[in-house]
Design a protein around this ligand. Structure first.
Ligand code: ADP
Ligand code: CKP
Ligand code: MG
Ligand code: MG
Length: 310
């Protein structure tokens, strides 16, 4: 069993039960979310261990998050309780863009954004098989950014999902901070997509973007929405197609793909097979509200693939 340590902000997601502008939505469904927590659960569901480093508020949503993640098998005993409130966000679906979801944050000054380098237990990070974080954690506060830099300084097995959120910082800030991290701490795994890559290196063609990103990472996963995703390594490339399914909410699909991919690669799967399986994880994810409820086990992924290949 491999152990991943993730650093980030757990958020409570309030997902609109009906499509349309939030001003007209009366009912919301509550879920535990936050990109790094999503990664952690995907990693655990496919047979590995994940330790979550972060802060939640001393409030009902903080208790909800910790109890939920504990129930999923995530190691939660390093999560700190902070006097600020647990951050939340709402999801508006299908409006004004059909099949698109918009995240609306209420997270400024939240407990999660107070993540700080002293929250890191150094030996725990040193001994992990993989350390993972995202652009969201770099963006939420300077102390959270410093925490990612510190964690990455302690372990060479690093993974990063760019997850650039333009509601949290400008394209310029995103580029500067993310490239600064990559230059100082090159990655084993970079998970990104065409939009983020074009902010980082100014190229929207996946092959072109990867050519410029290669100096920062051994393995690059380039997500391409409903089309699927590609993995690039040592001059090689493998494309895995997506599946056409009824789409309810695409939020969390990228994390599902990334978390399942990392877990399977760490378990020794070849990159192409890991990506085929990871695509299944993201496909199941877009079919429901919530980011973690449909994250599959290996058996579930294999059942999906058996049916699709009949
Ligand atoms: P991110 O939002 O993190 O950039 P993507 O939008 O590329 O991630 O989605 C990740 C994966 O989720 C895709 O590679 C695909 O397998 C799946 N996916 C995303 N959107 C859809 C969709 N509309 N229909 C089916 N699968 C989808
Ligand atoms: O890129 P994804 O749609 O997979 O990421 C979704 C997560 O952390 C979601 O849980 C939300 O809380 C967030 O990204 C975020 O801060 O936007
Ligand atoms: Mg993403
Ligand atoms: Mg979802």
């Amino acid at each position: 069993m491999k152990t991943m340590v993730t650093l980030g902000e757990i958020l409570i997601e309030l997902n609109a039960l009906t499509s349309g502008p939030l001003r007209n939505v009366n009912y919301f469904e509550k879920h535990v979310a936050g990109s790094e927590a999503n990664y952690c659960v995907a990693f655990v569901m496919t047979g590995n261990k994940c330790v979550y480093l972060g802060r939640v508020g001393n409030d009902e949503f903080g208790k909800n998050a910790v109890e939920w993640l504990r129930g999923k098998g995530v190691i939660v005993d390093k999560i700190k309780i902070d006097p600020n409130p647990t951050g939340i966000f709402f999801i508006q679906r299908d409006y004004p863009i059909p099949l698109h979801s918009e995240s609306i944050y209420y997270r400024k000054g939240s407990a999660g954004s107070k993540l700080s380098p002293e929250d890191i237990e150094e030996d725990l990070v040193r001994e992990a098989d993989l350390v993972h974080s995202t652009g969201i954690t770099l963006a939420i506060s300077s102390s959270a950014k410093d925490t990612v830099f510190k964690a990455f300084s302690l372990n060479r097995e690093r993974s990063f999902d760019t997850n650039i959120r333009l509601k949290l910082w400008s394209p310029d800030e995103a580029r500067r901070n993310i490239i600064e991290l990559f230059k100082e701490y090159p990655l084993k795994f970079l998970i990104t997509d065409v939009d983020d890559a074009s902010i980082l290196v100014g190229r929207s063609d996946p092959d072109e973007a990867v050519r410029l990103l290669r100096e920062y990472a051994d393995v690059i996963v380039m997500k391409q929405g409903p089309r699927g995703a590609s993995v690039y390594y040592d001059g090689g490339k493998y494309f895995a197609h997506g599946y056409s399914v009824p789409v309810v909410d695409v939020v969390g699909a990228g994390d599902a793909l990334g978390g399942t991919f990392l877990s399977l690669v760490m378990s020794g799967y070849p990159l192409d097979k890991a990506l085929d399986y990871a695509i299944v994880s993201s496909t199941l994810n877009v079919m429901i509200r919530g980011d973690q409820e449909n994250l599959p086990s290996l058996q579930d992924i294999e059942a999906f693939l058996r049916e699709m290949n009949k």
